[in-house]
Design a protein around this ligand. Structure first.
Ligand code: C5P
Length: 230
């Protein structure tokens, strides 16, 4: 049987990633963090010296590098860089930690803006979910409820005020001021929102505002919505 799909969208720092991971674990579901794929692509493009604004070049890179996401427990992302001429292909590089660096967050919107890149990655996400063999998958990103899995039986838009989101991110990024983190988040959201709307719930999508919720309450809210839908 196809896995039960739980689609969750939201802006940076809404709690979506950590809440999705915990809820998936408690439900016995897999977790697919689609932002990690865009981040890995940005990482690979920077590594390869590809112009991130050049859609053709980014697309070519996407075709030529190997890329795996594992969905069980903690999500791991590895990238296999294409071997240069006359060079033995390298082992896959584990980029799980590297793609969380602020330098990647600051550049990733440049690769995610290309429509053909999005189509290619969306096809990959759907394939990973279909072939997972899991009872359910929580898939999270920006356009999951609207584009990647608009027919998912559970669709949630998770939001929080910009101040709360910056506060949460600042906690994860010691060394950066609250003001700097807030400015970075607002700038990235503005760029991303030109491509997909992840601030307003599409018809049928349940809005979960975590501004006033702690982690445990946010996880509980998601699990309640899934249980009601089953
Ligand atoms: O969720 P996260 O902050 O890791 O996403 C990183 C970036 O990937 C976003 O800023 C956005 O540019 C892109 N993204 C996207 N569509 C998704 C998930 C992420 O465009 N479904």
């Amino acid at each position: 049987a196809a896995p039960l799909l739980v689609a969750i969208d939201g802006p940076a720092g809404s709690g979506k990633s950590s809440v999705s991971r915990e809820a998936a674990g408690r439900l016995g579901f897999g977790i697919l963090d689609t932002g990690a794929a865009y981040r890995a692509l940005a990482w690979a493009a920077l590594q390869a010296g590809v112009d991130l604004d050049d859609d053709g070049a980014v697309l070519a890179l996407l075709e030529s590098w190997g890329f795996t996401i594992t969905m069980r427990g903690e999500q791991w992302v590895t990238v296999t860089l294409p071997a240069a001429e006359g060079v033995v292909p390298s082992d896959p590089v584990d980029v799980t930690a590297a793609i969380r660096e602020p330098s990647i967050s600051g550049q990733v919107s440049r690769v995610s803006k290309h429509p053909e890149v999005r189509e290619r990655l969306n096809a990959m996400f759907r394939r990973i979910v279909a072939e997972s063999g899991l009872p359910g998958v929580v898939i999270e990103g920006r356009d999951i409820t609207t584009v990647v899995a608009p027919d998912a039986p559970v669709r949630i838009l998770m939001t929080a005020s910009p101040e709360v989101r910056a506060q949460r991110r600042a906690g994860e990024l010691p060394g950066l001021s609250h003001e700097q983190v807030l400015a970075d988040i607002v700038a990235r959201d503005a760029k991303d929102a030109q491509v997909v709307d992840f601030f307003n719930p599409a018809p049928g999508v349940t809005l979960v505002d975590t501004s006033e919720l702690d982690f445990e309450q946010s996880v509980g809210a998601v699990i309640d919505i899934v249980r009601t839908a089953r």
